[in-house]
Design a protein around this ligand. Structure first.
Ligand SMILES: C[S@@+](CC[C@H](N)C(=O)[O-])C[C@H]1O[C@@H](n2cnc3c(N)ncnc32)[C@H](O)[C@@H]1O
Length: 199
């Protein structure tokens, strides 16, 4: 696809509509999951920044009815109608976040996914810093709530302290990959960092 200005009704937007997916972003997690065999039936997965629920739809299918998916966002998520999915309106920056998460799912997660994104200000350095801060919060959640040998996926905007964050991941995971999924819009600076098998 040609790189160019943001076109709201692009190929992935239409494809998502046709396939009954809530957001074009569903194709991003689908691609990452397929490339690195991330999800298995019966797993517990935490999805941070989950509204409106595109990732959740894919993850719910991949972990199946015996799995468990918890989706967190500042915005309410319309129920998916799948018993393995629970969602909650929660701020990942809230002081009582861990307590609230424990109330939803007391156990550890096999995979922690973050598609958290700040409201963009248009000032690149500010947006990069906010994106990195959210990815950092997601990483610390994954360290507290992720299982050893579990995986971590986080979106962040390239630039700023990206390399520092990647180095932090390399110290924690056996393998670290940087992915720019095909469904990412042409002009977007976003990439996903994938940490495989936390040591
Ligand atoms: C790109 S969207 C996520 C799309 C989602 N993965 C999907 O497939 O439908 C980013 C989300 O991050 C959420 N978000 C941003 N800051 C947050 C915070 N502090 N706590 C919880 N959610 C947050 C936003 O509300 C927004 O819904």
């Amino acid at each position: 696809m040609s790189k160019g200005p943001y076109r709201p009704k692009d190929h992935y937007f239409r494809k998502a509509k046709q396939e009954g997916l809530r957001a074009r972003s569903a194709f991003k997690i689908d691609e990452i999951a397929a490339r690195f065999s991330i999800f298995r039936k019966g797993q517990a997965v935490l999805d941070l920044g989950a509204a409106p629920g595109g990732f959740l739809q894919i993850i719910a299918d991949q972990v199946g009815p015996n799995g468990s998916v918890v989706g967190i966002d500042l915005a309410a998520i319309t129920p998916l109608g799948k018993p393995q999915v629970r969602t909650a309106v929660l701020d990942v920056l809230a002081q009582d976040f861990d307590a609230q998460l424990d109330a939803l799912h007391p156990g550890a997660f096999d995979v922690v996914v973050s598609d958290l994104a700040p409201k963009t200000s248009g000032i690149r350095s500010t947006d990069e810093a906010r994106s990195l801060a959210l990815a950092g919060v997601a990483l610390s959640v994954s360290r507290r709530k992720g299982k050893p040998q579990g995986h971590f996926i986080a979106k962040l905007f390239m630039g700023g302290d990206f390399e520092k964050f990647r180095a932090e991941l390399r110290a924690l995971f056996d393998e670290v990959k940087v992915v720019r999924p095909e469904a990412t819009r042409g002009a977007s600076m976003e990439v996903y960092l994938v940490g495989l098998r936390r040591r």
